[in-house]
Design a protein around this ligand. Structure first.
Ligand SMILES: NC(=O)c1ccc[n+]([C@@H]2O[C@H](COP(=O)([O-])OP(=O)(O)OC[C@H]3O[C@@H](n4cnc5c(N)ncnc54)[C@H](OP(=O)(O)O)[C@@H]3O)[C@@H](O)[C@H]2O)c1
Length: 260
């Protein structure tokens, strides 16, 4: 299958670690020119140097806690360099905890980081996609869109909003050759998962290995995902081959989600 990603421009957010980094590598391996976004410049430089054909790739230092600044940095980049055919919306996950005790600012911060930032990025990038008659917006959310996860109250709440925003956008943009889809990771072996396991162990008194094994036992595959397994799904959705897939939630979770 020829994914036809050669010379496509991709903006991959949250791409110095985990699922975002794996996605940047997978897209670059298929010939896309990748621009990374994250907060830590040293890590951004390092990841650019690790990508195949590293000279073709760039980075933007930005913090998803500030949508206005993110938008101006991306606009500036587009004015100086080029627009993007592919936008991968991804950032760090909200802190865990029960929803009942969550503070208002936790909801506000997560809404800003996950929904407002996705929104300003789409608004900034879609004009180029419309002109190119080619656009792929892929949002990394969570399986909690389908089935809330225990102990991730704020995350469960905000993920639903992002999924609804995304579906609405898919309805509006499909006519321009632009698709908007969500990839829903199950438990994936990244820093984020290590943090979740550490917190579970601290709460239950079980070792981290016991906590990890308990999580794996709930997955039909009986293991965690590798970040690359998420990245391959994102890369396919970013390609021309996925041109008639629009507005879907794709769990990549080893079968963990119980709903249809
Ligand atoms: N791993 C899982 O098991 C799992 C399961 C379900 C859903 N998810 C969701 O999938 C997404 C990615 O998860 P992951 O496991 O790949 O996370 P990760 O390993 O923690 O990586 C997060 C990435 O986002 C960047 N980032 C974090 N906060 C940021 C901010 N305020 N502004 C800009 N960039 C920021 C980080 O770089 P800097 O620190 O340099 O900014 C890093 O590159 C998250 O929303 C997560 O909740 C993950």
């Amino acid at each position: 299958m020829d994914l036809k990603l050669n010379n496509k421009y991709a903006l991959v957010c949250g791409s110095t670690a985990g699922i975002g980094k794996a996605t940047a590598i997978a897209l670059a391996s298929e010939g896309a020119n990748v621009t990374l976004v994250a907060r830590n410049e040293a890590k951004l430089k390092q990841v650019v140097s690790e990508l195949p054909n590293s000279k073709n790739h760039r980075y933007i230092v930005a913090d998803f806690s500030n949508p206005g600044e993110l938008q101006s940095k991306v606009s500036e980049f587009i004015n100086e360099h080029h627009g993007f055919h592919i936008l991968v919306n991804n950032t760090g996950g909200p802190a865990g905890g029960p929803v009942f005790s969550a503070k208002l600012e936790e909801f506000e911060n997560a809404f800003t980081q996950h929904l407002k930032c996705n929104h300003v990025l789409a608004q900034t990038i879609v004009p180029f996609m419309k002109e190119a008659r080619y656009g792929r917006i892929i949002n990394i959310i969570s399986t909690s869109v389908k089935q809330p996860l225990d102990g991730l109250g704020v995350s469960n709440t905000i993920r639903g909003a992002v999924a609804s925003w995304s579906k609405t956008l898919a309805n509006e943009l499909g006519q321009y050759g632009i698709t908007v889809n969500n990839v829903l990771p199950g438990a994936t072996d990244t820093d984020r998962l290590a943090e979740i396991i550490k917190n579970k162990s601290a709460k239950t008194g079980h070792s981290e290995e016991e906590s990890a094994n308990a999580m794996k036992s709930g997955v039909p595959a009986k293991r965690f995902a590798k970040p690359e397994e998420l990245a391959y799904a994102v890369t396919f959705l970013a390609s021309e081959c996925a041109s008639y897939i629009n507005g879907v939630n794709l769990p990549v979770d080893g079968g963990r989600t119980k709903s249809l």
